[in-house]
Write a protein that binds this ligand. Structure first.
Ligand SMILES: *Cc1c(COP(=O)(O)O)cnc(C)c1O
Length: 378
């Protein structure tokens, strides 16, 4: 059965095939070639500077950030539990301990007022997640980090072309990780990037990226031969992926504008349902310039959420939940620490529904979604 309204449709925006053809003609298919470098320049421009290294996923970029932050066994990293597993896994792989704190009821982002109480002598870093491309309070978070000597890593998987007080997300932390997974705004199937904002870490980042070798320096003619100099892994995507991604990046601002337009149509259409107390709409604070990555609604109760998702599915409209909070997941119980109660995370995660949103969705399909939600919560 093909759905009347799909949740996501990976969308070609322009020159993807032409650039893949060009990459083949250039005869360099492994990583760090012509298109990888074009992508890195483009991303660096979009996030306001910083050394950018293309990776095969956001997960890989987070793993690099964990190594570069020198996170080791027993170290603690403060993060939200309302996030994807990779945010936590990147540090668990270094034998560190994710320390989960609750989220804010308005944005569903890490509650910055809870960070300081969670700091211990083992705390090394804060890993923020900008949920739905809506920024965390980066002024407060950067100030706490500075005062306590902590690294800041931005899981900016959902946050390309979003801003905090006019400044691009991904430009605040020592490191930031982007995702180009097919469900994100700008895509390459699987894909990601590490943004290195700490210039003193840029050289080591290249080495970790290139399997622990100084091959990038060798290519630039800076060393006579390349050799094993540090830990590392294979974090590079191929030029075929980079060629596809470059076409997507060229169109990134337009894609974002299309998503924000669709987001705004939902938001206007659901105003009345919110006023009558049937649902809650997303809250975007004044300081946040969002990128239309996710449109979600919150029902009043969990049972109602499950019922709404089921009824929408019966009408061929795909609506989905989001994260099962990591603090209550089996691996979260095993690897992480949750120092305080998580009332907002538990409550909000259980009432959230994500609605179909992608560059090809049209107003008629969105009307069908709105009608299905309206009927289901009546
Ligand atoms: C998508 C996502 C990831 C993982 O991205 P990949 O590119 O699939 O590795 C990590 N964190 C968050 C918050 C995400 O949304």
């Amino acid at each position: 059965m093909t759905r009347r309204v799909k949740f996501n449709v990976p969308t070609l925006v322009g020159k993807e095939f032409a650039y893949i053809g060009e990459a083949l003609q250039r005869g360099h298919l492994s990583g760090n070639g012509h298109f990888s470098q074009l992508c890195e320049k483009s991303i660096s421009g979009a996030v306001g500077g910083g050394r950018v290294l293309l990776t095969h996923s956001c997960t890989a970029a987070l793993e690099m950030a964990a190594i570069l932050s020198e996170i080791g066994p027993g170290d603690e990293v403060i993060m939200p539990s309302f996030t994807f597993t990779s945010t936590a896994n990147a540090f668990v792989l270094r034998h560190a301990v994710p320390v989960f704190i609750d989220i804010r009821p308005d944005t569903l982002n890490m509650d910055e007022t809870l960070i300081e109480a969670a700091i211990t002598p083992r705390t090394k870093a804060i890993c923020v997640v900008h949920y739905a491309g809506v920024a965390c309070d980066m002024d407060v978070i950067m100030d706490i980090a500075r005062r306590h000597g902590l690294r800041v890593i931005e899981d900016a998987a959902q946050a390309l072309h979003a801003t905090w007080r006019g400044r691009p997300l991904g430009s605040f932390g020592d490191f930031a990780a982007l995702s180009f997974h097919e469900t994100k705004n700008v895509i390459s199937g699987e894909g990601g990037a590490l943004i290195v904002n700490d210039p003193s870490a840029a050289e080591r980042a290249e080495i970790i990226w290139e399997k622990g070798t100084n091959r990038a320096q060798f290519y630039r003619g800076e060393v006579a031969k390349y050799t094993w100099v540090d830990v590392g892994s294979s974090f590079l995507p191929s030029e075929l992926t980079a060629a596809f991604l470059y076409a997507q990046l060229e169109d990134g601002v337009e894609t974002t504008a299309r998503r924000v337009a669709a987001w705004n149509r939902y938001h206007a259409a659901f105003g009345a349902l919110e006023l009558s107390g049937r649902i809650r709409r997303p809250v975007v604070p004044q300081d946040c310039g969002h990128n239309g990555h996710i449109y979600y609604i919150l029902t009043n109760e969990t049972a109602q959420r499950d019922d709404v998702v089921k009824r929408m599915s019966e009408q061929d409209v795909a609506a989905v939940m989001h994260y099962v909070p990591l603090h209550s997941a089996p691996a979260g119980l095993r690897f992480a620490r949750t120092p305080a109660a998580m009332p907002h995370t538990d409550d909000l995660a259980a009432r959230l529904i994500r609605l179909p949103l992608h560059p090809q969705i049209d107003p008629a399909q969105q009307q069908a979604v709105v009608a299905a939600v309206t009927a289901a919560v009546a």
